[in-house]
Write a protein that binds this ligand. Structure first.
Ligand SMILES: N[C@@H](CCC(=O)N[C@@H](CS)C(=O)NCC(=O)O)C(=O)O
Length: 277
C-alpha cells in the first residue's frame, strides 16, 4: 500500500535512506506513539491508500515542548496536528475532529448530500462522547473494579435496560440500534451506501472497548470484551466489516499500528521537556 506500512523492527525515520526523499510529499501526522485521538485519522488514510509520515517519539517530545510555548501551528496547544502535502501547506490543522472531517471531504467519506453528512456528524459526535466515557474508566479511574461495573451497567447496558437508566448521553446500545435497525444504511454501514467517517470512528471505539484486534489487552478491555460480543452483535459485525476493508486490513496487520491505546499513558512515562526559554 505504500510507505505508511512497514514490516520490521523499527519505524523508518525521516532522516533515513530513501524514505527521506519521499517525506516532503507525504502528509505529516504529528501525534504520540499510540492510537489515541489519531487512530480514526490513520484508519481513513489507510483506507484512502494515502501514505503518511509520523515523527519518531524523540521528535514528539520536542514537538510537545514547542507546542506548549508557541501558538504558531499549535493554537490550541495539543496534538494531533495534520499537515497535508497539498494545498500549498495551507491545510495545516489541529483538532482531531477537524482533521478527520478534512479527510472525509477530501476522500469522499462524508456521505452523499447534506442529510447523510449531518447524520455522519451526529455519529461522530456521539462516538466522541462515548470515547470520553471509556477513557474516564481506563485512564482516569485506572480500570478500578467499581468503574468497570458502572461502565458495564451504564454505557454497556443493552437497549431495553439503557432506556430505563438515568445515565446521560449515548450508550453502546445507541450505535447498536442504528446498525441493527439499519436506520441510516441498508448496507451494513452506519450511514449511506458505503464506508464513511462514521464507520472508522465507531470501529476505533469498539477496538478500544473490546481490544478486538490486537493482543495487547489491558485488563479492562479483556473484561469488557465478552459482554461487548454478547450484547452488541451488530456492532461486532460492523467492526469485522470495517476490519476487512482494503487498506484497513493491511494497516491492521502491519507494524505501523501502535499498540498503546491512550496518549495519557505515553505522556505519563515520557512527559515533555520544558518549553524553550
Ligand atoms: N480536542 C482535541 C483534544 C486533543 C488532546 O486532548 N490531545 C492530547 C492527547 S490525546 C494532548 O495533546 N496532550 C498533551 C498536552 O496537552 O500537553 C482534539 O480532539 O484534537
Amino acid at each position: 500500500m505504500g510507505d505508511c506500512i512497514h514490516h520490521g523492527e523499527a519505524h523508518r525515520l525521516a532522516e533515513e535512506g530513501s524514505f527521506a526523499a519521499s517525506v516532503p510529499t507525504l502528509p505529516v501526522l504529528q501525534y504520540f506513539p499510540c492510537r489515541g485521538r489519531a487512530e480514526p485519522i490513520r484508519l481513513v488514510l489507510s483506507y484512502a491508500r494515502q501514505p503518511w509520515f509520523e515523527p519518531p517519539p524523540a521528535s514528539v517530545r520536542q514537538i510537545c515542548s514547542i507546542m506548549h510555548g508557541e501558538f504558531d501551528g499549535y493554537p490550541f496547544r495539543q496534538l494531533p496536528r495534520f499537515i497535508d502535502d497539498e494545498l500549498n501547506g495551507e491545510a495545516d490543522f489541529v483538532q482531531s475532529g477537524a482533521i478527520l472531517r478534512h479527510l472525509g471531504r477530501k476522500h469522499d467519506l462524508y456521505g452523499k448530500g447534506l442529510v447523510e453528512a449531518g447524520r455522519i456528524d451526529m455519529v461522530l459526535d456521539a462516538v466522541s462522547e462515548l470515547r470520553a466515557k471509556i477513557r474516564a474508566v481506563v485512564v482516569e479511574r485506572r480500570s478500578e473494579a467499581a468503574a468497570l461495573q458502572e461502565y458495564l451497567g451504564g454505557v454497556m447496558a443493552p437497549e431495553e435496560e439503557l432506556k430505563g437508566l438515568g445515565m446521560m448521553g449515548p450508550g453502546l446500545a445507541s450505535l447498536e440500534y442504528l446498525l441493527a435497525r439499519r436506520r441510516y444504511s441498508d448496507g451494513g454501514w452506519l450511514v449511506g451506501a458505503g464506508p464513511s467517517l462514521a464507520d472508522f470512528a465507531a470501529f476505533d471505539l469498539a477496538s478500544i472497548i473490546g481490544g478486538l484486534i490486537h493482543v495487547d489487552l489491558h485488563l479492562a478491555q479483556s473484561q469488557l470484551a465478552e459482554p461487548l460480543r454478547n450484547r452488541f452483535p451488530a456492532l461486532i459485525a460492523h467492526h469485522a466489516k470495517v476490519a476487512e476493508l482494503h487498506g484497513v486490513a493491511e494497516y491492521l496487520a502491519s507494524d505501523t499500528r501502535h499498540a498503546a491505546l491512550f496518549a495519557a499513558d505515553w505522556l505519563r512515562e515520557h512527559g515533555a521537556p520544558p518549553p524553550p526559554a
